[in-house]
Design a protein around this ligand. Structure first.
Ligand code: EPZ
Length: 422
């Protein structure tokens, strides 16, 4: 069982480069299936979720090879279109392989991706959109989806929710459809634009990403490419909130404020000084933070749900009370109980959490229950006096290449211990 040992109370200083974006590289890895050739992904983060996708690609018959932080995927050898329950359970966002496999092979068989720590993770919008494009999808009782598509045909698909995964799945399927597909009420996250840019680099005709209407002209043969993955805006948000929580003066390289403006606005309101300089962001915080207006999570360009926990960590010692409203996922306050073990005052009622700032936090033994909540507990430990232990690092490793390394680069006292499993 690996743990972080954190000695809190140190102000942060220094600079760190932000890794490639998990939520961009995962759909792009699925998209490599469309090219039947070699794609080189530069700036690819070494993450558990990326390794899970690599296992799926290799199981399908593709080759995948690391060279530093460049990952080369060759999908020429793909010979099957089924993804086992075991592989699907490792990462529920593997549902995005559905669209790519239907476009490439005309069939796909995947185990129904279960829920996760954040609550049920339905894919009804994915399936209804794929059916609109002509896929036949049979849901077997055991939770296997049998999908076939004699020929996908482009059409207009309206999403009831601007789902990131459904938008990405439909973009990939539409690349294999004849004619034009328009995804209405598409998700507008920056990772959608990164997927569009990757697909364009492979020769696809895709437009509108970043707006709520994405259009794909299907049927173009796609070729391999070399592509640089965008920086991870949620990792950048995490490090900004680390400096806000611990105090200090940090610079993030490869962090674009335009992708984080809702968060930087809140941090400025709380009393942080943030200066943007092209692709880097500097945050300074000296005095005590003050409470801010209610923080309501929403699809992009609203406040990102993935930054809710780490901002909460930064606000635990602020002056006054801050209201959080989690509107995207049902169960995204699992970090709260653990934060209260450090002396935080947070009350949760349904989708609302009220943080009443305290003067001091004290170290404690806590356990991560999900990816962003685990990162948030680590940030809270930086702001606490004394020693904290954070267990459950496997959650954190899904989305952060090396959170301990990066926080140490900023002066934090964080070490990782690998204890043998009991
Ligand atoms: C992506 O998840 C991200 N994951 C999540 O990041 C992120 O929190 C989320 O988008 C929202 O920004 C990846 O990109 C790999 P959604 P996704 O489909 O695609 C409901 C992290 O920490 N919904 O936009 O699963 C769904 O239940 C992770 O990095 C349906 O009802 O998110 C949720 O309430 C966590 N039916 C809401 O929509 C569907 O068919 C948003 O989900 C699909 C989604």
């Amino acid at each position: 069982m690996s743990r972080f040992l954190v000695e809190g109370g140190c102000r942060l200083s220094g600079e760190v480069a932000v890794q490639g974006a998990k939520n961009s590289v995962l759909p792009i890895l699925a998209a490599t299936v469309l090219t039947r050739s070699e794609c080189v992904l530069l700036g690819c983060p070494h993450l558990r979720d990326v390794e899970a996708s690599i296992r799926i690609l290799r199981r399908l018959g593709c080759c995948a090879q690391w060279e530093g932080d460049a990952l080369t995927v060759d999908s020429a050898g793909l010979y099957r279109a089924d993804i086992s329950d075991l592989l699907m359970r490792e990462m529920r966002s593997s549902a995005v392989f559905l669209g790519a496999l239907l476009a490439r092979c005309g069939r796909a068989e995947i185990a129904y991706p279960g829920g996760c720590e954040l609550g049920p993770r339905p894919i009804d919008l994915h399936l209804s959109g794929l059916r609109a494009l002509g896929a036949e999808i049979r849901e077997e009782d055991g939770g296997t989806l049998h999908c076939t598509a004699a020929g996908l045909r482009g059409c207009e698909v309206v999403l009831g929710i601007p789902s990131v995964g459904a938008t990405e799945n439909l973009m990939l399927a539409a690349c294999g459809a004849s004619g034009t597909t328009t995804i209405v009420n598409a998700a507008r996250e920056p990772e959608i634009a990164d997927l569009q840019d990757f697909l364009r680099s492979c020769g696809a005709s895709v437009g509108g990403a970043g707006s709520s209407a994405v259009t794909v002209e299907g049927g173009h043969p796609l070729c391999g490419c070399t592509y640089s993955i965008m920086p991870d805006r949620i990792v950048a948000a995490t490090y900004l909130c680390a400096a806000a929580a611990a105090g200090g003066d940090v610079r993030l390289l490869r962090a674009e404020e335009r992708h984080l403006s809702t968060l930087t606005a809140v941090l400025r309101e709380a009393g942080c000084r943030i200066d943007a300089d092209g692709a880097s962001l500097r945050l300074r915080r000296s005095g005590r933070l003050r409470a801010v207006h209610p923080v309501r999570t929403a699809p992009y360009p609203g406040f990102p749900t993935d930054a809710q926990a780490v901002l909460m960590a930064a606000m635990l010692k602020s002056e006054g009370a801050t209201v959080f409203e989690e509107n995207v996922f049902e169960n995204r306050y699992r970090h709260v109980d653990e934060m209260t073990r450090m002396g935080a005052e947070v009350r949760v009622s349904g989708r609302v959490a009220v943080v009443t700032g305290v003067e001091r936090l004290h170290g404690a033994r806590v356990r991560a229950a999900d990816l962003r909540g685990g990162a948030a507990l680590t940030l809270a430990a930086l702001a606490a006096e004394g020693r904290s232990e954070i267990a459950g690092l496997a959650h954190i490793d899904r989305g952060y290449e090396d959170l301990g390394r990066d926080l140490r680069a900023l002066g934090a006292q964080v070490v990782r211990t690998e204890e043998p499993e009991p």
